[in-house]
Design a protein. Structure first.
Length: 438
RNA sequence: GGUGGGGUUCCCGAGCGGUCAAAGGGGCCAGACUGUAAAUCUGGUGGCUACGCCUUCGAAGGUUCGAAUCCUUCCCCCACCA
């Protein structure tokens, strides 16, 4: 398939087109910059990796010179989108919602701005204007129920609503059912589109493939009330090559907010992607030139990947979400946390690298006179008993500053500090503990 | 209420007088290999002042030089009968 617009061409290559409402979108995009939007659900105080694709799609549009608008669902968040949900959602209190709105607006703004500082070689002619972040509560709240039913509800056929996938699936699962509240959700999202169309000249809504029903409800409403046509475009639902949902780990979702998941954890999420996912993810989530991605892909194809491709991917995405400085730090921390000898560091460095690692402080005097390794391992809680600690050392699984402890009678003293006042103990491959003298 | 079977270490499960800190498997912990993956392989898996000692086999008593193993009582599970 060939496109007139560079924009759709690019999205196609990136694998980001799932469905679009009509092909005229291509012409519209070729003619010049258009305004488009994507909505984000305030179900938590931070977005997570599952939301990242929407951000990236907006960013791709922005880098092509179009004008994205981000919508946060201050109104819809009070209702709950039934799309793709098997059960009725818990309603959020106004207070929590407010906090969530601030959190995700913050995430959105940062990412969308950083998207412009990356890869100038693929950056088009763009506007540096601040991206509008709008809240649908601002225009939904003033409506009275009666007025909304008369003005907006009139344009919806229940038959059509019932036919939508999001509604149909829920009704078929009789156990769950669907509240009137959630059933009405699509009216609000449809009205959002109409509102943005009128007020911001917004002609395109993008979203995940599960949003198709809500998006087309919007384009229909615009056609009925104004006679104009607006567009919808969805991107595919992303799963890993092995079928895992994007962003999910054993511990749950990985969030964009550094207070929830540190930049290091975020970076690690991407480092741990399978080979088979790397090329796709590089295209979707980074702004690297395609020939550069081709090159990385060929490394994997030749079977020569030693994790470099993942590290490259991780650095790019971490930069987008947490900034370059944090991304670089995550790279350094990863080296330390995966075996590189720790020495000649400052307390500050160690503190930031091992921020999430448990630590114990100890009196300077005790360390000066030396502490047996077995005592140290039990006191720091790395092992629960001395017998257990003994086994660890015998197995060769005990490390100080990433150097293997040589024997059971090893004595630790101040000479082994890796920085002014800290040293790093390790049990096995991953379990770290920071010891600090006070 | 009656009869039969059973409660073993993190879990499952063998053991039925000394050779039992207790087979085997799972899990877990390490190590090797590797790319911070998976798989595989190796070792370990009650505690301690450690070639020895102490505490563990539902609970409490008892027999015995010696008990997870035998006896008594109690508690709890399961099956069948009423």
């Amino acid at each position: 398939m060939s496109f007139k617009s560079a924009m759709l061409e690019d999205l196609e290559v990136r694998g980001l087109i799932f469905q679009k409402t009509h092909d005229e979108l291509d012409e519209a995009l070729a003619e010049g910059p258009i305004t488009l939007y994507c909505g984000f659900d305030p179900s938590a105080d931070s977005l997570h990796i599952g939301n990242l694709l929407g951000i990236c799609v907006l960013a791709h549009f922005r880098r092509h010179g179009h004008n994205p608008v981000a919508l946060v669902g201050g109104a819809t968040g009070l209702i709950g989108d039934p799309s793709g949900k098997s059960e009725e959602r818990n309603q959020l209190s106004e207070e929590v919602l407010q906090k969530n709105l601030e959190g995700i607006s913050n995430d959105l703004r940062k990412c969308l701005d950083r998207a412009l500082e990356m890869h100038p070689e693929t950056l088009g002619d763009v506007s540096r204007d601040e991206i509008p972040i709008v809240n649908n509560a601002d225009w939904m709240k003033p409506w009275s129920f009666i007025e909304f039913l008369r003005d907006v509800g009139k344009s919806f056929r229940v038959n059509a609503m019932l036919a939508k996938d999001s509604v149909k699936t829920r009704l078929e699962e009789r156990e769950q059912g669907l509240s009137y509240t959630e059933f009405s959700y699509m009216l609000i999202q449809a009205y959002d589109f109409l509102h943005l169309f009128k007020e911001h000249g917004c002609r395109l809504q993008v979203g995940g493939s599960d949003q198709w029903g809500n998006i087309t409800a919007g384009t229909e409403l615009i056609r009925r009330t104004t006679g104009d046509s607006a567009f919808g475009l969805t991107f595919p639902l992303i799963t890993s090559a092995s079928g895992q949902k994007l962003g999910k780990t054993e511990k749950g979702a990985t969030y964009l907010n550094p207070d929830r998941n540190s930049p290091y954890e975020f970076y690690q999420y991407w480092v741990n992607r399978e080979d088979a996912d790397c090329e796709r993810f590089l295209r979707m989530f980074t702004f690297m030139p395609h020939d550069e991605i081709d090159e990385l892909a060929s490394i994997i194809e030749r079977g020569e990947n030693r994790g470099d491709v993942q590290r490259r991917l991780a650095h790019e995405v971490t930069w987008l979400v947490h900034g370059k400085e944090e991304a670089d730090k995550a790279v350094r921390a990863s080296k330390m946390l995966f075996g590189e000898k720790i020495e000649g560091m400052t307390d500050r460095d160690l503190q930031s690298i091992f921020a999430d690692v448990p630590s114990t402080s100890i009196e300077r005097g005790r360390l000066e006179s030396g502490i047996g390794i077995l005592d140290l391992i039990t006191e720091t809680g790395l092992r629960g008993s001395k017998s257990d600690a003994r086994r660890l050392v015998q197995d060769g699984g005990a490390y100080i500053n990433n150097e293997k402890v040589d024997g059971l009678d090893h004595v630790v003293d101040t000479a082994q500090l890796a920085s002014e006042s800290m040293l790093v103990l390790r049990a096995g491959k991953k379990k770290y503990h920071v010891l600090a003298v006070e």
